[in-house]
Design a protein around this ligand. Structure first.
Ligand code: TXA
Ligand code: MG
Length: 339
């Protein structure tokens, strides 16, 4: 299959809308990462997403809408908490897991009785949804297990020959996937941290948001993931990544002791000149939003540089940093060394 990469204009939006209505795939930018869209109601179309990504069939997809009226049929009910969070954070990088409505294909939800739904703020996605009238399922546009793409070139690298169209809408604003919160149980549960933080949601809801412990730690053997996506090794570059937790001085000493051909550092802005191995920088130490924006493209740069072994500076674990740490620890297959 030939994969076209087109700039965003009226014509390419119309083409994307037409493909979606006909049950085909379209890769497109959102404010978080690039996604692969297919009509969420059309099980045969959604199956093509799983094939294009090589994604396990038991990992459910997020449904994207462009107005509150589109929730009808997608969710069975929108509880009070969902209305509060929607008013505060939609359109934007927040996914809510709610009881599934009748119109969503079981393929989209991997057979679960809940559905993840979000209203993205990126104008390209909004235009495609509006033009097509299609609420679409869209996972990140990477091959399963690879870092999520945050620009059209990285999307093309993974999806060339696997789908007919990539809309090139430039760099994604946030660079890390949406926050996923479950509102389907007794208490709100954070399933995946993102740009919308636990603290911000707690302020809006006036109650605690429980953090699913799989977010910051490895699941024990036989433990069931509340969000199936969290059980897989994820976001992995080709190199073996290890997180080093400690001061810059300790990090520098460790690198000096482990310097060798193919050994790279993944450090904060301004540090690489003072380090004994080649490094890629992923944002300033005190700027978690910049780290979120940079992390996935930095991991892909390390691949292109031919890194074999990567030692990463450790981010914080609260606020937006929780999202950065959550992705990095998966890229590192949970290898963390305390310095
Ligand atoms: O920012 C994003 O959310 C991007 C863009 C394209 O919108 N999409 C994205 O999709 O990251 P994906 O498929 O890569 O990640 C979806 C995550 C997975 O961890 C999945 O397990 C979880 O959301 N999820 C989806 N539906 C769920 C449900 N019904 N119950 C629990 N977890 C769910
Ligand atoms: Mg993904």
């Amino acid at each position: 299959m030939e994969t076209k990469v087109l700039p965003v204009n009226d014509e390419s939006i119309a083409l994307a809308a037409d493909l979606l209505r006909r049950g085909e795939l379209v890769a497109l930018p959102t404010e978080t990462v690039y996604g692969i869209a297919a009509d969420a109601r059309n099980g045969a179309a959604v199956k093509k997403i799983f094939e294009a990504k090589g994604r396990p069939q038991d990992n459910p997809l997020i449904v994207h809408i462009c107005g509150m009226d589109m929730l009808r049929g997608i969710v069975a009910e929108a509880p009070e908490r969902a209305k509060k969070l929607a008013a505060a954070f939609w359109p934007g990088p927040l996914t809510m897991v709610l009881p599934k409505g009748p119109e969503v294909s079981p393929v989209t939800c991997a057979g679960l009785d809940t559905v993840g739904v979000r209203m993205p703020s990126n104008p390209v996605v909004q235009a495609v949804i509006r033009r097509s009238g299609v609420a679409f399922a869209a996972p990140s546009a990477n091959l399963s297990g690879r870092p999520s793409p945050t620009n059209a070139a990285d999307t093309f690298a993974d999806m060339n020959g696997r789908l007919p169209l990539i809309l090139d809408g430039g760099e994604c604003t946030y660079g890390v996937e949406s926050t996923v919160v479950s509102l389907a149980g007794e208490q709100p549960v954070l399933l995946r941290p993102g740009y919308v933080t636990k603290e911000q949601m707690e302020q809006v809801l006036g109650e605690e948001v429980v953090v699913s412990h799989a977010i910051l730690e490895k699941l024990g053997d036989g433990e069931v993931a509340r969000s199936p996506g969290m059980k897989y090794k994820h976001y992995a570059p080709k190199a073996q990544v290890t997180i080093l937790r400690g001061s810059f001085q300790a990090y520098r000493k460790y690198l000096a002791a482990h310097a060798a051909d193919g050994v790279w550092g993944l450090c904060f802005d301004g540090e690489s000149a003072r380090l004994p191995v080649p490094c890629i920088e992923y944002g300033a130490e005190e700027d978690p939003a910049a780290q979120a924006h940079r992390l996935f493209s930095a991991l892909r740069e390390l691949d292109r540089a031919g890194a074999r072994e990567v030692y990463a500076r450790c981010p914080e674990t609260d606020g937006v940093s929780m999202a950065v740490y959550n992705r990095l620890i998966r890229a590192a297959a949970f290898r963390v060394v305390e310095l």
